[in-house]
Design a binder for this molecule. Structure first.
Ligand code: NAD
Length: 482
């Protein structure tokens, strides 16, 4: 098959880079600057240099037509589909978290369902005084902080939306997922270059640190900050004094009432809870089940790969997956053990001396409302179930367990009054009815995908338009055609 001009150019540049001495990576090793001898594009030692390069990329994109910009995005989508298996494997190997097949599915979702330039819509207002046009303009260079839980997915999803809006981007990715994140940064740059874009459009760090994040936050060229992560980093970014989009933590509760299709609810909840080993912030974290259907629900969960542990086992597991940490004020609090986040259920069960087959994908247990498994955002396939007497108790406890994050909640029911009451009370950005949690980000549910769900700052399911600023142009007394 004949190679295209772009493929030839890419091949030549790869050969030249290798000749210039980029060391070949050992199989299975990860490096934040290269992959198997291919040197990453857009990775810098110094945050100031990264911002300068992203700014040059932004200027180049500004000079492009929207049609050309969309071509960059089409190529990012194509390359993401093609290299999804590599990023999925790299992500699991580097972080030790999640599941390769699910991470691959997440990349395909990002490639297929992240909106592009079609999301940028202008508005016009005409009247006796003429025409006013409102357009969605780029901010310039966006500074983005990304998590370890969906590393390359977030980099690509953010890049598509931010580039579609006409911005350049500099990332300060999670240090524990830096090779995977930088692979995605390089992928975006390779795609842009191949589609006629600038040499470098999105940038990242060889070694991201809190200091490099601080430089990014205070740099005059960074006009918008977008932070996807836990409460600490979202708080830091929101207090930067700059326009910021914060996509923070959740602890999604699920209510199952006695009108639900219990067999389906059992399967859906386990499917959602175990997706990428519970890493997505939208995944089911605790269940409130009506007392009269709880046994049937548990039996259906067991039919779908759940392993039921008793109270003593749950307490032992809690003492392993949560550890004590003293904060700056000297207060001791429980935090998740990073070595357990995103691990397979089988691996977690082995920690309490239980051996199971690979078919087991979730650990379930009955607890009371105050149990740590209910209260903490574990991000691992452990699902506590609390029995409730009625819808009032279910809504009250589920709202309390969500801790006012207003992130995501789920419900299985056929009672529209119950569904509406919970949706109104919990006030979450995403509310999924009668489906696994991932339906909320476009997987088997309508609507576009994102891995940056901005509850605290209100942008919701972010897309290209979230990364724009509105500009108004007024033509007084003219340009009406009626
Ligand atoms: P994390 O909070 O540990 O880290 C996120 C990023 O912030 C990393 O790059 C980290 O190095 C950096 N960071 C941490 N504190 C900082 C500070 N004070 N200043 C600057 N940078 C700082 O995130 P994680 O563990 O990788 O991700 C899991 C968390 O993120 C969960 O709480 C999850 O719910 C949340 N999350 C939310 C969304 C969403 O869309 N709302 C998506 C994914 C993850």
């Amino acid at each position: 098959m004949a190679m295209t001009e772009n493929q030839v150019r890419e091949l030549v540049s790869q050969v030249l880079e290798r000749m210039q001495g980029a060391p070949a990576a050992a199989a299975g090793s990860w490096d934040s600057t290269q992959y198997n001898g291919r040197k990453f594009i857009g990775i810098y030692d110094d945050m100031n240099d990264a911002i300068k390069a992203a700014e040059a990329g932004y200027r180049a994109v500004r000079a492009m037509s929207v049609e050309q910009r969309e071509k960059l995005i089409t190529e990012i989508r194509r390359l993401t589909r093609e290299e999804a298996p590599i990023m999925a494997k790299l992500g699991v190997e580097e972080t030790g978290m999640g599941r390769v097949d699910h991470k691959k599915a997440k990349h395909l979702l990002v490639a297929d369902k992240t909106p592009g330039t079609e999301d940028i819509i202008s508005a016009a207002k005409t009247g006796d005084n003429g025409l006013t046009l409102v357009e969605m303009a780029p901010f310039g260079v966006v500074g983005a902080i990304t998590p370890s839980t969906n590393p390359s997915e977030t980099v690509i999803c953010n890049s598509i939306g931010m580039i579609a809006a006409g911005n350049g981007v500099v990332f300060n990715p999670h240090p524990n997922a830096i090779a995977t994140s930088n692979y995605a940064v390089d992928l975006v740059n390779r795609a842009c270059k191949a589609a006629g874009g600038p040499e470098v459009l999105v940038c990242s760090m060889v070694k991201p640190t809190m200091e490099s994040a601080a430089v990014m936050q205070s740099h005059p060229s960074i006009r918008l900050l977008v932070c996807t992560g836990g409460p600490g980093v979202v708080r830091a970014v929101l207090s930067s004094g700059k326009k910021a989009i914060g996509a923070g933590a959740g602890n999604p509760p699920v209510i199952v009432d006695d009108t639900a299709d219990i067999a389906k609810a059992g399967k859906d909840i386990i499917d959602g809870c175990t997706f990428d080993n519970n890493l997505p912030c939208i995944a089911e974290k605790e269940v409130f089940a009506f007392r009269n259907i709880a046994d049937t629900l548990i039996a259906n969960m067991q039919k779908n790969g759940a392993y039921l542990i008793n109270k003593a086992q749950a307490d032992l597991l809690a003492s392993i997956v949560l550890v004590e940490k003293t904060d700056k004020s000297g207060k001791v609090r429980k935090i998740v053990n990073r070595d357990c986040v995103g691990r397979d259920a089988k691996v977690l069960l082995a920690k309490i001396g239980v051996t199971v087959s690979d078919d087991i994908r979730c650990i379930i247990c009955e607890t009371d409302f105050n149990h740590e498994f209910v209260q903490e955002e574990l991000m691992m396939p452990i699902l506590p179930i609390v029995r409730v007497d009625n819808i009032d108790e279910a809504i009250d406890l589920a709202c309390k367990a969500e801790h006012g994050n207003r992130h995501t909640a789920h419900m299985h029911s056929k009672n529209i009054d119950n569904l509406s009451r919970f949706a109104r009370a919990v006030e979450t950005t995403i509310f999924v009815k009668n489906a696994p949690s991932y339906a909320g980000i476009g997987f088997g549910g309508e609507g576009h995908a994102t891995f940056t769900i901005a509850g605290p700052t209100g942008e919701g399911i972010t897309s290209a338009r979230s990364f724009t600023r509105q500009r108004r142009c007024v033509m007084a007394d003219s340009f009406r055609i009626i």
